[in-house]
Design a protein. Sequence first.
Length: 318
Amino acid sequence: MIATQHIDLLAAGNHQVSKKTFDYLDNLESESIHILREVAGQFERPALLFSGGKDSIVLVHLALKAFRPGKFPFPLVHIDTGHNFKEALDFRDALAESIGEKLIVSKVEDTIKQKNLTEQKGKFASRNALQTFTLLDTIEAFKFDACIGGARRDEEKARAKERIFSIRDEFGQWDPKLQRPELWNTYNGRIDKGENVRVFPISNWTELDIWNYIKRNNIELPAIYFAHDREVLEYQGQLVATSEFIKVEEGDIVSTKKVRYRTVGDMTCTAAVESTANTIDDIIKEIITTKTSERGETRIDDRVSEAAMEDRKKGGYF
């Protein structure tokens, strides 16, 4: 049974007290909106990182609740590796246009050319490591002092080490041993020149919370999150979508399966899961019974080493 708490709300104008029941989703939403408003109040040039994935879509929905009817006090920013799923990119553009908010797209391809960077080679050649350069260049170019992201603590152990306001030094790097206390929902955004803060308003949400919130608020998502037929390469127990970015070799098993995506990253490092779930209720049932986190089951780049994510974060990755 969901625990609830009753909060007395003072009715405007006539000072009559009414009762409203807040469940755990209301509490999570309230906390996230508070954090977004803290960002707006404490920082001069914040940005919201938006990829067209479910977590960043929920962040946009929360920002609408936090700031409408006014405009967002920050632009939407996407660090585009060039290896993204088309469904996510199309949704990204359509949503930004529908809400009338500014979208800044910085391309890793441009950074590779400008800095003469060496791309990863191999079967699943990813640009995830290189997108750090593009992110840091974008922060410097636009003088962003805070970047809001949709990371959650349940996704991966390195992300569980982050504070909600996570400080990055003047080189964009993160030190997990230098974390500020966040007592009584008090967030310290004080930084020196050149530093910036990564802010995670949905840190305390789980994958199940996200889907329950999407259901309750009837939030639209890219079709890639629901079961569909897709040609995939079967590799070490994972199903990776075939594309021009994947090197298919002789002997590889390629077939068409009914799949969906739990998380949407690059096509080179994000695996699908076999599923017939084509409604939110079906997806929620799947999540309840699964024993593996979404990144643990589907992200190839997190399997490079035990500390793969933490190493990337220390270097400036989001």
